[in-house]
Ligand binder design. Structure first.
Ligand SMILES: [Zn+2]
Length: 417
């Protein structure tokens, strides 16, 4: 099949084109936060490309940009293809935008081939996945899925500007944000293509992977209490030092997660010794634990195991420990029938079928409240993301576009059956 343009490669080139000012807030790097002039400039470019691809283009009240390619019948249910256009500070060019650009390429290929389907295709650029401006994330996909808590509109950025104020200035409509919600009967499915942001596909020499679920996550804070003392005068045998206990706890977490299944991972990302001086035995040590797995059951078993061990480690050293749950997010499983279609699409292209969970959160987890979802992962160099060094190949982007077109063929066959 010829598309009349370089499918996939063009998607990558467009991500590159949006990697600099005015599509970035900062010259010489990519920082594109929600509701900034850089966001507006990116939407303008996207709107032009969506129109060229044969879509009608609109913005909803939550600042989502939506291109629609009609099906055979007007007002048909839509397959929504989308991802986010915002970035972290000094981020990469493909985390988010690639999924949008691939959607536009896929629609343009269908349009050039004169094909209409029993469903419409909509390409959506969500404005706020990363939460890099306001202390909330995924508010745009939440608005579409109809699960946005309106209190999110009152959150303020570092300059004191609220989401509602910024949204109004952007041309959105904070008071009418509920109208951005889509009706489940109007949506067939959601497909998000995204760079893996991890090293698994590259390590196995695979271009693409099919996401099984977005991981369940728990965030916990641990505090181990001992007794502060003089680092020079307190003999080793007479100390109540929580530091080595914290070290033992970290090793226990590593051991438990290494032995686990279902993509179980555990991280201590923050560690503080109090009061925190060279010459003071700490009186307490606090550390964070981020524990994720494909299923809540696996995650919870790991949380229980490490909690038990931490108490035992502390008790054996005459210390006390508290483990406090800060946040729990359930897993968001992808739809099994859509996963099977994506598997078959990869197989049709002669690619090995590799399923893997997503350890990172994505808009797809929010969209799951609205419709069946599926995600395609694309290999990225070194697994590096949220970093200007983020890189993908044209060949992998082209394969991703082919896989998405094949997926659409299979969905068409299913819908006509
Ligand atoms: Zn992303």
């Amino acid at each position: 099949m010829t598309d009349g343009f370089d499918i996939g490669a063009r998607a990558k080139a467009r991500c590159d084109a949006l990697g600099l000012a005015p599509y970035s807030e900062i010259e010489g790097q990519l920082t594109r936060r929600f509701l900034t002039p850089a966001h507006a400039a990116a939407l303008e470019a996207l709107a032009g490309w969506m129109a060229e691809a044969g879509m009608s283009v609109r913005r909803d009240t939550a600042a989502n940009l939506i291109g629609r390619y009609e099906g055979e019948a007007p007002a048909a249910k839509a397959l929504i293809i989308g991802s986010h256009i915002d970035s972290v500070r000094n981020g990469g060019r493909y985390d988010g935008p690639l999924g949008i650009m691939l959607g536009i390429d896929v629609v343009e290929a269908l349009n050039l081939a004169g094909r209409r389907l029993p469903f419409a295709i909509e390409v959506v650029a969500f404005g706020d996945e990363e939460g890099s401006r306001f202390p909330a994330s995924m508010s745009c996909s939440r608005a579409i899925a109809g699960v946005l808590d309106v209190s999110a509109l009152e959150m303020r950025d570092a300059d004191g500007v609220s989401v509602a104020e910024a949204l109004a200035a952007f041309g959105g409509d904070p008071s009418g944000i509920a109208s951005a919600a889509r009706r489940p009967e109007d949506v067939l499915a959601f497909l998000e293509a995204h760079i893996e942001q991890g090293p698994v596909l590259e390590a196995e020499s695979l271009a693409l992977g099919v996401v099984t679920a977005i991981a369940a996550q728990k965030r916990l804070m641990v505090r181990i209490e001992g007794q502060a003392g003089h680092a020079g005068t307190t003999p080793m045998g007479l100390r109540k030092d929580p530091g080595p206990a914290a070290a033992e706890a970290m090793l226990a977490l590593e051991r438990i997660c290494r032995a686990g299944a279902d993509g179980l991972v555990g991280t201590v990302g923050r560690l503080t010794a109090l009061p925190g001086a060279f010459n003071v035995i700490p009186g307490a040590v606090e550390f964070s634990m981020d524990i994720r797995a494909e299923t809540s059951a696996t995650r919870d078993a790991a949380v229980e195991a490490i909690t038990t061990e931490i108490h035992a480690i502390a008790a054996a050293r005459g210390l006390s420990a508290t483990v406090t749950l800060m946040q729990a997010l359930a897993e968001s499983p992808c739809d099994p029938s859509l996963m099977a279609l994506l598997d078959a699409s990869l197989a049709d292209l002669g690619l090995p079928v590799r399923r893997l969970p997503s350890g990172a959160g994505h808009d797809a987890m929010v969209m799951a409240a609205l419709c069946p979802t599926t995600m395609l992962f694309i290999r990225c160099e070194g697994g590096i993301s949220h970093n200007p060094a983020e890189a993908v190949t044209e060949a992998d982007c082209a394969l991703a576009a082919r896989a998405m077109l094949t997926f659409i063929d299979k969905l068409e066959r299913r819908e006509r059956a």
